[in-house]
Design a protein around this ligand. Structure first.
Ligand code: FAD
Length: 464
């Protein structure tokens, strides 16, 4: 006897466009679709839009790239949410090896480093959705989909979500995966490959495939950076190695938490490995800095699709943060009075699921600078980090927004159908996630206006 069909869930809302996740991609998709006249519902796990850039504390400001991204940068600025540090407040910052972004500048040179306050930005994003008439369910976790089958292709009928009221359904005509980790793709049974990008030499030898580590960002206040710099110069200790050695000898850095930096491994060694590693950037106001705490590479955690991994990352990264704050306060001049003011709401995933869409953009597309009839953007020139920092001029085809086997789902942000080396450090950054979000929102609205599925929509000219 077959099992009885599951009872239908109560329907919480119904809309033209349902967006799962309100990171830069989902936020911009929802806003654009609403501005195109569609009814829009957003499901967001945390308490504000912005994803990694608000809930995850990653407030780096980039020059506006047009559309909603430029609007955001202007609005953050107008509402006093942007803080800019220059060589006047932080002499000794440019070229400092402790600086997450500015270590490569000529030492002592002029610089300007801007960041937005994640909570102030989250409030602005939230108001913008409200102004556009988007209905947002915060504190609501997307869990599953119900599907309709029609000969080879399937459509999503409902998103199943878990809220304070229990499990409920949201019905929609078009769905947009703004989860940042292609969660809707996975639940809908559409194909993807699992994260496991290029490995640094030291961990490559065992042949195991590990994702590029995710990270938890945190913020410390009351840091006197001029004293850190004095110390670095006076003791000729640019990376604080002497202080780390002293703390280890005194048993103040637990041996199971200690990890040396891998100096020869480019971005991996400099930024993604090592503990304690003072890796910071000015944020929010004088004396306040954002710090990075990355998952140790060899833990090989997949926080996006393994509950135990996600729990371990949350638990142990907090332990690393506590140990690092203790080391800084006790050993590093300038940190004596510093304290933790904020830890991100979640450990961000850098290399999660990569959906396989109707077109998978690959490094060969970039190298050969291929042109596409369905390009959504005019050719853009970007540095391809995984291809020895070469610059290519490339276009993004609309088919990268269309997951295989589902006809009413659009991809965006970090979940586009791009190979690992083309999404990482190229398309998954804040400005481009906002741009591809806007493209997804526009495509949803256009196909609804034409009474067709996004998969049938013929994209004809770039939006940006
Ligand atoms: C540690 C770290 C540092 C980074 N540093 C930079 C940087 O310096 N500059 C830069 O430009 N980019 C940086 N990035 C990359 C960039 O932040 C991401 O690629 C970008 O935020 C992806 O945008 P998104 O909208 O696709 O997803 P996300 O920003 O990940 O947003 C996804 C949203 O979906 C929500 N969500 C997820 N699952 C569910 C669910 N089941 N139910 C409901 N809601 C859900 C989340 O709460 C979140 O709000 C960094 C990323 C990480 C992880």
């Amino acid at each position: 006897m077959s099992a009885p069909p599951p009872a239908a869930l109560p329907v919480l809302a119904e809309a033209d466009v349902v967006v799962i996740g309100a990171g830069p991609g989902g936020f911009a998709a929802a806003l654009r679709a609403a501005r195109e006249g569609m009814s829009v519902v957003v499901v967001e796990k945390y308490d504000m839009p912005g994803g990694v850039h608000t809930s995850g504390l990653q407030g780096a400001v980039n020059k506006g790239v047009g559309g909603i991204h430029s609007e955001l940068m202007e609005r953050f600025d107008r509402e006093g949410a942007i803080y800019t540090a220059t060589e006047k407040e932080l002499p000794g910052w440019a070229g400092n090896p402790l600086s997450h972004y500015d270590w490569y500048l000529p030492p002592g040179s002029a610089f300007s480093r801007s960041s937005f306050n994640p909570d102030a930005a989250g409030n602005i994003l939230s108001r913008m959705l409200e102004e556009a008439g988007v209905q947002v369910f915060y504190g609501a976790a997307f869990a599953d989909v119900t599907l309709e089958d029609h000969g080879g292709q399937r459509s999503i009928r409902e998103a199943v979500i878990a809220t304070a009221s229990g499990r409920q359904a949201i019905r929609g005509k078009v769905f947009i995966d703004g989860s940042g980790t292609a969660e809707v793709v996975a639940r809908a049974g559409a194909p993807f490959v699992r994260g496991g990008g290029r490995q640094p030499q030291s961990v490559r030898q065992d042949g195991a495939s590990r994702p590029i580590p995710g990270g938890l960002l945190w913020i410390m206040s009351a840091v006197d950076f001029s004293r850190v710099w004095d110390y670095q110069q006076r003791e000729n200790d640019p990376l604080l190695g002497k202080l780390i050695a002293k703390a280890r000898a005194a048993g103040d850095i637990p041996e199971d938490l200690y990890r040396p930096r891998l100096e020869d491994e480019g971005v991996y060694g400099k930024q993604y490995i090592g503990h304690p590693t003072l890796d910071l950037s000015p944020a929010q106001g004088p004396g306040t800095f954002i710090l990075w705490q990355n998952v140790p590479y060899e833990w090989a955690l997949h926080m996006d699709d393994d509950a135990e991994h996600a729990a371990r990352a949350a638990r142990e990264l907090r332990r690393l943060i506590q140990a690092e704050a203790f080391f800084l306060g006790k050993y590093v001049p300038g940190f004596e009075n510093a304290f933790i003011v904020h830890v991100g709401r979640y450990v961000g995933v850098r290399d999660g699921r990569h959906p396989l869409g109707e077109y998978v953009f690959s490094i060969e597309d970039a190298r050969e600078e291929r042109r596409f009839a369905d390009a959504v953007t005019a050719p853009m020139t970007k540095t391809f980090f995984w291809d020895e920092y070469r610059k290519y001029r490339f276009e993004v085809p609309y088919r990268c927004f269309l997951p295989r086997t589902i006809d009413n789902l659009l991809l965006t942000g970090a979940s586009l159908s791009f190979t690992f080396e083309t999404i990482f450090m190229v398309m998954r950054n804040f400005p481009w996630c906002t741009q591809t979000g806007e493209i997804a929102g526009f495509a949803a609205a256009e196909s609804l206006r034409l009474g067709i599925k996004p998969k049938q929509y013929e994209w004809r000219k770039p939006l940006f």
